[in-house]
Ligand binder design. Structure first.
Ligand SMILES: [Zn+2]
Length: 180
């Protein structure tokens, strides 16, 4: 379905009540916080976030309904491998459901008792920011290659080092070197 809504001022209520769906493809470079999180590794201009939004309502009583949004997204982001300090490609995947509640107090009260995430309803909601938040949360704490393309220090050199420096000292050195 073609969308006409501004994703930064998104009418979630209407979207949910009409049971709408959206398939979107947005360049990764449109999300400044994702770009920043990539540790300045160049992000190819053709890198995209593929995402899907589904809106629906659940009736709780005859007159009351809940507004729900399902968000699915995937994107590839280069991050610094913490083993070899080269760029490693990371696939970030989001698959969550959100229920909109009236206010912060309701969100706090109900948050412990439900599996879905609660968001405070805003008539014009920034769905783009929500997507970016969710993708940022998927960034691994310690990004790393499964198998690094190049070991940082050749094994023979490692053995030659005596005494062995503390791993933290090595890490600190590496961090300094990685800075331009
Ligand atoms: Zn690596």
């Amino acid at each position: 379905m073609k969308h006409s809504q501004d994703l930064k001022k998104f009418d979630t209520k209407l979207f949910a009540q009409q049971n709408q769906q959206l398939q979107l493809r947005t360049p990764v470079t449109d999300f400044p916080r994702l770009v920043e999180a990539s540790d300045s590794w160049p992000i190819p201009t053709k890198s995209v976030v593929d995402w899907q939004l589904v809106g629906f309502v659940k009736k709780t009583t005859v007159v009351q309904e809940q507004i729900w949004i399902e968000l699915k997204a995937s994107a590839r982001l280069p991050l610094t491998c913490q083993k070899c300090l080269a760029a490693c490609d990371n696939l970030l995947g989001v698959d969550r459901q959100f229920r909109f509640v009236r206010d912060e107090a309701t969100a706090l009260r109900e948050d412990d008792d439900c599996e879905e995430d609660l968001l405070v309803f805003d008539r014009l909601f920034n769905i783009s920011e929500l997507l970016e938040d969710e993708l940022l949360m998927e960034i691994p704490l310690i990004p790393a290659h499964e198998a690094c393309p190049k070991p940082l220090v050749p094994q023979s050199d490692v053995q030659a080092l005596a005494p062995e420096p503390s791993p933290f000292a090595v890490l600190a050195q590496l961090k300094d070197k990685s800075k331009p």
